[in-house]
Design a protein around this ligand. Structure first.
Ligand code: SAH
Ligand code: SF4
Ligand code: F3S
Length: 451
């Protein structure tokens, strides 16, 4: 085992993936080497998610099993970071005495310092006001395409965090408690980070925030403190020389502005793909969720997005069995599926989260009913995804290659569909090739390279 080595296990959303990269970078700057497994590491970090009960259970069961690993290797330090750390704080130290350090979601930048200077078992939680510190992605090679991720493989698509936190308090959601209030990064820092990545060979950038449409609303993001919007950020980022594809996630439909919709008409490298979580097809349920939009306003926005970019691929999130959801409400959810025909969706059974308003509601839906509805929903979505994918057969699409084997490569289209491509010529990861689609599955496409 190296004197100073680390292993990070990441749960949850893209923001956690990006936070893990930042922790890896910070540890690297302080002389830590990334280990290949938990057994190899002097520091084990679990970057956790608490959005649903199941996500949290996974963390505690892994923590339980780390007790043995630490017995074998008493020098191992165990650190819990991320949303469960923020939510549970010191309780984790009490429940799992073999844990050494618990750090809230804003403390990731101080991880190396805390590891070296903590007085004993320590828990650091969220503060009320903070700034996202400046950090520049680590690049250890000038070779194009060698922008380095946590595990040192060449990647051509990278996440860049533009804002964190959420002020919306949807009644089921723990995120405002685990990530705190909305804070936007400075425009200068974001552009600087994107430029550094693109100069090192990155082709695609995904801008991240819990609610990207609120970018620039809660705190000044320019040096002069002038008003600045998410749409403006998209324009400025998209103009960076060499950036081929730009995406973003996530947006609450209530904040989807006309200015943002217009971006899809004017910004050529903004990909025709939109993840727009609707959560329910019933206005009654949306109201109880505190989502602040109706199905009619949601559909208006969907129609306008498709009007400006007809090839737009829409995806969504859906919560099944929110407290009080009736058969009729669920029918509306199924009806919405057929109306929008989402290219894909992530659907979850409603799960009580501590401290949220919905957890206190008393008309909970029976577990069995939730499971049945989820199954019906997912079956219909699978049929629609397959039908949607079938629409691509016969079309020639641009594919950014992620991995290349001798005769077959894997990559993504602008609409974020995975394509397995039979190669006809030389191709490398990071190359754009054209592929004629000949087969559609539920989750991916197959095509032949067109030279
Ligand atoms: N900011 C995004 C959502 C982030 S959370 C938005 O506003 O749409 C990711 C997804 O987890 C949510 O879209 C929701 O579908 C799901 N989710 C959040 N809390 C949940 C809960 N208590 N039970 C079940 N699913 C939940
Ligand atoms: Fe959660 Fe709602 Fe904020 Fe999304 S907008 S992170 S669902 S509170
Ligand atoms: Fe999970 Fe936290 Fe992301 S709760 S979904 S890791 S913001």
């Amino acid at each position: 085992m190296e004197e100073k080595s680390f292993f990070i296990k990441t749960f949850g959303c893209q923001m956690n993936i990006r936070d893990s990269e930042i922790m890896a970078q910070k540890l690297g700057e302080h002389g830590y080497i990334e280990g290949l497994s938990i057994e190899d590491a002097s520091v084990v970090i679990l970057n956790t998610c608490s959005v649903r009960a199941k996500a949290e259970q996974k963390v505690f069961s892994l923590l339980g099993s780390l007790r043995k690993a630490k017995k074998r290797n008493p020098r191992m330090k165990i650190c819990v970071a991320g949303c469960v750390a923020q939510q549970e704080g010191r309780n984790i130290l009490e429940r799992m005495p073999h844990v050494d350090l618990v750090i809230g979601t804003q403390a990731i930048y101080d991880l190396p310092f805390l590891l070296e200077n903590m007085p004993g078992k320590t828990a650091i939680n969220l503060s009320d006001s903070y700034e996202i510190p400046r950090y520049i992605p680590r690049l250890n090679s000038q070779e194009p395409g060698n922008a380095v991720s946590g595990n040192d493989t060449a990647v051509f698509s990278r996440f860049v965090t533009i804002m964190q936190g959420c002020n919306n308090f949807c009644t089921y959601c723990v995120v405002p408690y685990t990530r705190g209030r909305e804070v936007s990064r400075s425009v200068f820092d974001i552009l600087d980070e994107v430029k550094t990545l693109v100069d090192s060979g990155v082709r695609e950038i995904v801008l991240l925030g819990q609610n990207v449409n609120s970018y620039g609303k809660s705190n000044p993001v320019t040096s002069g403190g002038l008003p600045y919007s998410f749409a403006r950020l998209l324009h400025d980022v998209s103009a960076i020389d060499g950036l081929k594809r730009l995406r973003f996630t996530t947006s609450n439909p209530k904040d989807l502005s006309d200015e943002l919709i217009a971006c899809f008409a004017t910004i050529k490298n903004l990909c025709p793909q939109f993840h727009l979580p609707v959560q329910s097809g019933s206005d009654t349920i949306l109201k109880r969720m505190n989502r602040k939009y109706t199905i009619q306003t949601y559909l208006d926005k969907v129609d306008r997005l498709i009007a400006v970019r007809p090839e737009m691929a829409l995806t969504t999130d859906m919560i099944i069995g929110f407290p009080g959801e009736t058969e009729q409400d669920f029918k509306h959810t199924m009806g919405l599926l057929d109306r929008v025909r989402f290219h894909g969706s992530f659907s979850f059974k409603y799960s009580d989260r501590p401290g949220t308003m919905a957890a206190a509601l008393d008309d909970k839906v029976d577990e069995q009913v939730k499971s049945e509805r989820l199954q019906l929903f997912q079956k219909r979505q699978d049929e629609i995804s397959l039908a949607r994918n079938t629409e691509y057969i016969g079309r020639t699409l641009s594919v950014l290659l992620e991995s290349v084997q001798p005769e077959v490569a894997r990559g993504r289209t602008t609409t974020n569909h995975i394509v397995h491509v039979e190669l006809k010529g030389v191709a490398r990861p990071g190359h754009f090739i054209k592929a004629e689609i000949y087969h559609a599955g539920q989750h991916s496409l197959k095509g032949t390279q067109v030279l």
